[in-house]
Design a protein around this ligand. Structure first.
Ligand code: ZN
Length: 628
């Protein structure tokens, strides 16, 4: 566990613009920064970063938060992982609080497997660099492939020696038990119960998860008698092949920045391309992309370019990947290399500039790719032509956005020699075939309870009070002895009338604000933004960003109000409190009316109802005056 002191130090050091700049191109805009939102597709920037508040907010998709939640959301990592990321960036030493016995016992099996794979990764690297066998076999192999020292170290490549059970012995000496090593697929067991090193006499390519943990290994054998030249870890508690992309842990930032992800077949393709500076690249490990793999990429960009081989297996993997990408609302392009070349070989023969311009110029739209890979233009058999066209139409029908579907039909009707009208009709026919499935799956969405408009209004008003409290609570209004903080006015009203918020998050946020005022005397906005409860933190960011113009609001923070603004502030506060009271009374009235409709009428309820209506009328009168 990270100590409280360390967490405080991290929040003191972090500059949100420095964190976000690693992922988003930010341009200065007044006191703020602006850029294109990494959470949704947009052409004009609506993503605003405020260095002074330490928050970001997207006015397109609504996402907002502080540095930690930005990293958590963008990289799908945990709170401690995001804190560690920042600590590393600012060279802050992370103090860990000692785990209690109970916490140690709870350390899951998963963690034990991670410990074992991490040990193995270090062990294989150590053998590669520091033993004669490693240098002569493993290292010289990587060097023959053209890898430089920097790239070998970046990808943590290693070598597993040929000595019998060499790895297992080293691991057991370090305290790992055999069961864990077996579960992590680091050792195997033959039929008579004897164990052996899985990756014996192989060069090692560690496979990392999205969050940079070693989950498995790939190994290339140097032994002519080995059953398979290439070997991968078996799936385990921590390694699910369909959820891992080789190289993604290194490529995340570049994928975001370039707003595109190249997908290649093999590990060596990734490494070679990275060596010439093309870093937004991952490998699907020789198969078509899985749904989960595409979703991993989708967190970073909506654009995928497939660079699979142009052989039979490569083509079929490309076509399957295209369909899945389209279904998941991604834009897909394909880039084919000259005959006999793959990304690995091409990048070795060409400079970075040449490779980049090849990728740029030769990346084609998925429909063009399908037309050429099905060899439509060479086909003369009508039955074959129909079959090919149907396949292409089926792919177009997978595009989830109706406008894009229409555009594709318009653009490709000529090339496919099908009128636009017929093409669109066929595409829709394909969609209808699968809509039965969608209907059954989509059903669950409608179950969510509908919140009545009364409750909604009440929630809105509660939010308005909190918005005023956070943004203007520290302002004092009035003169001389009548001077009073906006926060005090609100707190007093809540106390006197025993007002409680109807929404749990609202009440929690309010309690937190009151707690901060009691401790420090003022509303410390940073304490709210960096609250350990991420719901409170995000909610407060929203409230702060909700002012009509975020920059104006932030600018006015330290300004002294003029007489007119002072009066306006008082009115706004009073109006908000009254409106909330009105909504609360309204909600109670409708609650009682429902009871009456259901038949439970007593003299008592009728009396309460009448009183409430009187109160409501009174409030409405005051409100009318106040606003008027
Ligand atoms: Zn957005």
């Amino acid at each position: 566990m990270i100590s409280r002191e360390t967490i405080d130090r991290i929040f003191e050091a972090v500059r949100i613009e420095e964190i976000i700049k690693d992922f988003v191109d930010l341009k200065k805009a007044g006191v703020n920064y602006k850029g294109r939102c990494p959470f949704h597709e947009e052409k004009t920037p609506s993503f605003v970063v405020s260095p002074s508040k330490g928050i970001y907010k997207c006015f397109g998709c609504g996402k907002g938060g502080n540095s930690v939640s930005f990293l958590q959301d963008l990289q799908a990592i945990s709170y401690p992982e995001a804190l560690r990321y920042i600590a590393e960036k600012y060279s802050i030493e992370v103090e860990e609080e000692e785990l209690t016995d109970k916490q140690i016992r709870q350390k899951s099996n998963k963690d034990k497997l991670y410990d074992a794979t991490l040990f193995a990764e270090k062990y294989f690297q150590d053998i590669l660099w520091n033993t004669n066998e490693g240098k002569n076999i493993g290292l010289s192999y990587f060097q023959e492939r053209g890898y430089n020292e920097e790239i070998i170290k970046k990808f943590k490549l290693g070598y597993s020696p040929k000595g019998a059970n060499a790895f297992e012995k080293a691991a057991i000496k370090e305290g790992f038990n055999r069961k864990i090593l077996l579960e992590a697929s680091l050792i195997g067991e033959n039929s008579n119960g004897k164990s052996y090193d899985k990756f014996k006499e192989r060069s090692i390519f560690p496979i990392h998860s999205y969050t940079n943990k070693v989950v498995g290994f790939g190994g290339r054998s140097f032994n002519a008698n080995a059953k398979s030249k290439y070997l991968n870890s078996a799936e385990s508690l921590i390694y699910d092949k369909s959820k891992v992309l080789y190289g993604l842990n290194f490529a995340k930032q570049d994928i975001s920045k370039q707003n595109n992800c190249y997908v290649v077949e093999g590990y060596t393709d990734v490494i070679s391309m990275c060596q010439i500076g093309i870093n937004n690249i991952v490998s699907a490990s020789g198969t078509a992309l899985s749904k989960n793999q595409i979703l991993l990429i989708k967190r970073l960009t909506k654009n995928i370019t497939l660079l699979f081989d142009n052989d039979k297996a490569g083509i079929s993997a490309t076509i399957r990947s295209i369909d899945l990408c389209l279904q998941l609302d991604m834009n897909v392009k394909v880039c084919l290399f000259p005959p006999g070349e793959d990304p690995d070989s091409f990048s070795k023969k060409n400079t970075s500039e040449k490779t980049l311009s090849y990728l740029k110029n030769k990346s084609i739209n998925f429909v063009d790719y399908l037309i050429s890979s099905y060899k439509l233009e060479e086909e003369s058999d009508p039955a074959e032509i129909i079959e090919i066209k149907k396949n292409i139409i089926s792919s177009i029908s997978k595009i989830s956005d109706s406008f894009s579907r229409q555009e594709y039909c318009k653009i490709y009707s000529q090339k496919l020699e099908v009128s636009e009208h017929v093409l669109l009709k066929e595409v829709n026919a394909f969609r209808n075939q699968v809509s039965f499935y969608k209907k059954t799956v989509g059903k669950e969405k409608n179950i969510s309870p509908t919140i009545s408009s009364k409750t909604q209004k009440l929630h809105q008003q509660e939010q308005e009070i909190l918005r005023i409290l956070i943004n203007y609570g520290n302002k004092s209004i009035g003169l001389g002895d009548n001077k009073e903080y906006v926060a005090s006015i609100i707190a007093r009203e809540f106390q006197v009338d025993e007002i409680k918020f109807s929404k749990e998050l609202h009440q929690k946020t309010y309690d937190e604000i009151i707690k901060i005022i009691k401790n420090t005397g003022v509303i410390d906005v940073q304490k709210l933004i960096n609250n350990t409860n991420s719901n409170i933190s995000k909610f407060c960011v929203d409230l702060i960003a909700q002012a009509h113009d975020i920059s104006n609001n932030w600018k006015e923070r330290h300004n002294i109000m003029t007489g007119r603004e002072d009066e306006k502030m008082r009115k706004t506060t009073e109006k908000a409190i009254l409106s909330l009271k009105k909504e609360i009374v309204d909600a109670k009235i409708s609650q009682i009316q429902t009871q009456i409709k259901e038949g439970s009428i007593s003299d008592e309820t009728v009396k309460i109802l009448n009183d409430l209506i009187k109160v409501k009328t009174k409030i409405a009168k005051v409100l009318g005056r106040n606003i008027g």
